[in-house]
Design a protein around this ligand. Structure first.
Ligand code: TGC
Ligand code: FAD
Length: 387
């Protein structure tokens, strides 16, 4: 029996019935709702906000959190499959879900008070409250310990000053999770849209993640009550703990982008006839396609094992770094190579590879650049910090 070209090792057989069902329903959503519009959204630089209610209704926001907060309580592998199928559509759609789930709902759940959880999480699960996560600052995102944004205690309030840069969802968000330096170390604050002194400005001229909103956030003596501070974490481990959640999902997402690019190149190569034969019949093109299939298979196995470790409660941040590095690099290389197989046709958004390749330039940079993750692995294996 012929093997499935996008699942050569029958990795689907390693999934539970429920995991397969979730993957299929998100795949259907991507095929029916995302793919028909996403090329135009990318061309127009438009985030398709109209998809948010359906994404929420499917239980994809905060999907790993408990039902008590209106969430689906799914396991880590299911969250990974959700990311994979959404990013088969576009990295921007997966980014929206990653930020809402892992970077905004997760810190409220993990570090927030019960009042904060009840106030925000059910509305966020319904997609009625959109969040953004402000960690990166204009002077350098790789070294967040060196943050300049401050929060000073003033009576029962906190006064926040500073700026954040490259913030996904910033301009469409109703709340921002903002990380600021305090006298007691880095702490997180929930700042609501409309709070005096809080402004956002969208980034334009992007050549990547064009179907996603990216913004700068400005804080000019923004006053918030202590009840908006996340009470249960202090120090860099707070935001880094959120990044571990989001990076985990990002190990899966690019597999979807790679599958979309590889499938597009495979179909094209079988139909494109040059020198009296389809280019798929040439050794040069077969080598490229075989290499794509090999790298996708390895990435699938890496993320699935990572998910099983996460579900077992034993996943380590360095393992996430290795998978984020490997899978982003794999997807970026494959989407560029797929673009090449399409020749001139590959340069327009009529075909997905160039859109994915451009998006993946962001995905390989955000949530820790490739170099940052390589240095995390270097530190893990040598015991020497080289940052
Ligand atoms: P370091 O000394 O290593 O650690 C400080 C404290 O944090 C703990 N820790 C972690 N905790 C959880 N998860 C992790 N991955 C952790 N890594 C470290 C660590 O144990 C320590 O705790 P404690 O209790 O001892 O204080 O910190 P460092 O300053 O040496 O930094 C290390 C480095 C470079 C790896 C870190 O700064 C880093 O990861 N930099 C990259 C920053 C980054 O990834 N920014 C992403 C911003 S958000 C984003 O891009 C969203 S895009 C989303 C989308 O649109 O989809
Ligand atoms: P820098 O940190 O200035 O890095 C520049 C270069 O230096 C990189 O090549 C890096 O690998 C290299 N480098 C860094 N350290 C070392 C070292 N020790 N040795 C050798 N080389 C090194 N941030 C948020 O907080 N929230 C968001 O929602 C968010 N969304 C984003 C969306 C998009 C589309 C993009 C592009 C970024 C987003 N980011 C977000 C920011 C992202 O996390 C940062 O861009 C990233 O962490 C890198 O920071 P930087 O851009 O300042 O680059």
């Amino acid at each position: 029996m012929a093997l499935n070209p996008t699942d050569l090792f029958d990795i689907r057989s390693l999934l539970s019935e429920e995991e397969r069902m979730i993957q299929d329903s998100v795949a259907r959503f991507t095929d029916e709702k995302v793919l028909p519009i996403i090329g135009d959204c990318f061309d127009q630089g438009r985030f398709p906000k109209e998809l948010v209610p359906e994404i929420a209704a499917m239980g994809l926001l905060g999907s790993s959190l408990p039902e008590k907060y209106g969430c689906a309580n799914l396991n880590a592998v299911s969250y990974g499959l959700i990311c994979q199928e959404l990013e088969r559509g576009d990295s921007g759609i997966r980014s929206f879900v990653s930020v809402q789930s892992s970077l905004c709902m997760y810190p409220i759940y993990a570090y927030g008070s019960e009042e904060q959880r009840m106030k925000y999480l059910p509305g966020m699960a319904r997609g009625e409250i959109i969040g953004c996560f402000g960690l990166t600052e204009p002077h350098g995102g790789s070294d967040p310990a060196n943050m300049k944004t401050t929060a000073k205690k003033d009576g029962g309030d906190w006064v926040i000053n500073g700026a954040k840069m490259w913030i996904t969802n910033g301009g469409v968000a109703d709340i921002a999770i903002v990380w600021a330096q305090t006298d007691e170390g880095i702490q997180g604050f929930i700042v609501e849209k409309g709070t005096k002194g809080f402004a956002t400005q969208d980034v334009h001229k992007k050549m990547s993640l064009r179907a996603s909103v990216t913004s700068a956030l400005f804080f000019d003596s923004v006053r918030v009550p202590d009840s908006q501070r996340l009470p249960n974490v202090k120090g860099l481990k707070g935001p880094l703990g959120c990044l571990t959640q989001a990076r985990y999902g990002i190990t899966w997402g690019p597999i979807g982008a790679a599958i979309a690019s590889y499938t597009s190149a495979l179909e094209y190569a079988k139909e494109r006839v040059l020198f009296n034969r389809p280019i798929a019949a040439t050794q040069a093109v077969q080598l490229k396609l075989a290499d794509m299939a090999r790298r996708i298979t390895l990435a699938q196995l890496l993320s699935l094992q990572l998910g099983r470790l996460k579900d077992a409660g034993t996943m380590q941040p360095a393992q996430v770094s290795m998978a984020k590095w490997n899978n982003c690099r794999m997807a970026l290389d494959i989407s560029r190579e797929a673009r090449d197989i399409l020749g001139g046709a590959g340069i327009t958004t009529e075909h997905p590879p160039i859109r994915h390749a451009l998006n993946l330039e962001s995905v390989i940079t955000y949530e820790g650049t490739e170099t940052v993750h390589q240095l995390v692995i270097g530190r893990e294996v040598t015991g020497i910090n080289a940052f």
